[in-house]
Write a protein that binds this ligand. Sequence first.
Ligand SMILES: *Cc1c(COP(=O)(O)O)cnc(C)c1O
Length: 232
Amino acid sequence: MSEISDRIAAIHERMNAACTRAGRDAASVDLLAVSKTFPAEAIREAFEAGQLLFGENKVQEVLAKAPELPSKLRWHLIGHLQSNKVRKILPLVDVVHSVDSLDLARDIQRIGGELGLFPKVYLEVNLAAECTKHGFKPAELREGGLEALYQLDRLHIQGLMCIPPFDPMPEKTRPYFIELRNLRDELEKLGGAPLPRLSMGMSHDFEVAIEEGATIVRVGSAIFGERTYQKA
Ligand SMILES: *Cc1c(COP(=O)(O)O)cnc(C)c1O
């Protein structure tokens, strides 16, 4: 077995253990392998080990890698999406985790309509305004934002997504995961529609996220190794 397939197997074991601790069905949580910065060969290795869902944060990377890989592989966009790239990316990805403004949601509605697509999306929530640049503020969603989003009938809103400020101690992140789940419960009542999914948890804290209700965890370095970023 390759190193990547060993790591994926180990993560599934840890995911299952977290589900057991939380009294959840192991089938209720998906693993999104975050392959940003890694080459197509590494992704192919993961795919051959049975991994189906891959997350990228840049439109350019999906455009470059997707043609080199089997079409069975499913792509999710997890990074900030600029309006001028919506048309390019929608046909390639199953899910956009990073719908972070009403303007972007409206662009996806309009272009989805032109392309005949009904994109699945998560609403990215900014739970710590000072730490992250992108995302809806909870108050914005409560005070009219969610209502406006529900007018956009092309968008299949799956639920909420968050990227809490990094802390090496996973327990420090737990309050953010609880906050996202509580906000979800509140918005379900407010909007009168289910928001069944929570995209939360990364390599260092996915087990805590699962204990708090994550339905998809976004795991990169624990599968592919440490990333080295090229200087721009
Ligand atoms: C890079 C990234 C991840 C994965 O991070 P790791 O710490 O490598 O698991 C998850 N979510 C988002 C939005 C990312 O950009």
